[in-house]
Write a protein that binds this ligand. Structure first.
Ligand code: ZN
Length: 211
């Protein structure tokens, strides 16, 4: 399947209502850019090898162009080789990120502040735990939503992430899988309870995700 900007836009349009239904969050996807990149560009932006970049999946970016106006970007590799169902999963994950940041924009500020603080104090255990807990919530919930949607609407035989895991390594993937597992175990997929985590104090998230 060849990924084109048009295909990305059409798929986002189809998937957004499903993400809204599943997450009970509004996606508000009105203005966004679709960018197709080469593996070389991904490799240099992420500081990874070109062979790893060739397998890079979706990437969603939101920047502050002007204060309070988001510049949203859906970034996909030009030559990524995947089946339609896998592509729908990737889009579900990235659209869920849009919903998270649309409704809870301070998550962006908090993530960036924690990153900055960790650069200055790389050994601060508290900061590490706070950053990890936030990643668990953001990535774990995006993974939870994409997996639930996949089961219901575009189920894939076998483990979609088995290949990615072998490429990215277990550690890189753990924030996704562990985050999803904790959300499933502790909240039984209850959307109301999970969505309340987005406004919970960071100390609360540390308690929930530190296990
Ligand atoms: Zn993600």
């Amino acid at each position: 399947m060849k990924i084109t900007k048009d295909l990305v836009r059409k798929t986002i349009k189809k998937i957004a209502p499903l993400v809204e239904k599943e997450s009970q969050l509004k996606t508000n996807l009105k203005r966004y850019n679709v960018i197709l990149t080469t593996p070389e560009e991904i490799a240099s932006a992420r500081n990874i090898s070109i062979s790893l970049a060739e397998n890079f999946t979706g990437s969603y970016k939101v920047d502050f162009e002007k204060s309070l106006i988001f510049n949203r970007r859906f970034i996909f590799p030009k030559n990524f080789n995947c089946i339609t169902k896998t592509f729908k999963m990737m889009i579900s994950h990235e659209v869920m990120h849009n919903a998270q940041f649309e409704i809870f924009p301070y998550l962006i500020t908090l993530t960036s502040n924690l990153k900055k603080a960790l650069k200055t104090n790389p050994n601060d255990e508290n900061l590490k735990k706070e950053k990890k807990s936030l990643d668990y919530l953001i990535e774990g919930d995006a993974r939870l939503v994409e997996n639930n949607l996949s089961k219901r609407y575009f189920s894939i035989q076998g483990d979609y992430f088995a290949k990615l895991k072998s490429i990215f390594g277990e550690e890189k993937d753990s924030v996704y899988t562990a985050g999803e597992r904790i959300l499933r175990d502790k909240f039984k997929g209850n959307r109301k309870d999970i969505n309340e985590l987005y406004t919970a104090p960071i100390e609360e998230l540390v308690k929930i995700f530190s296990c």
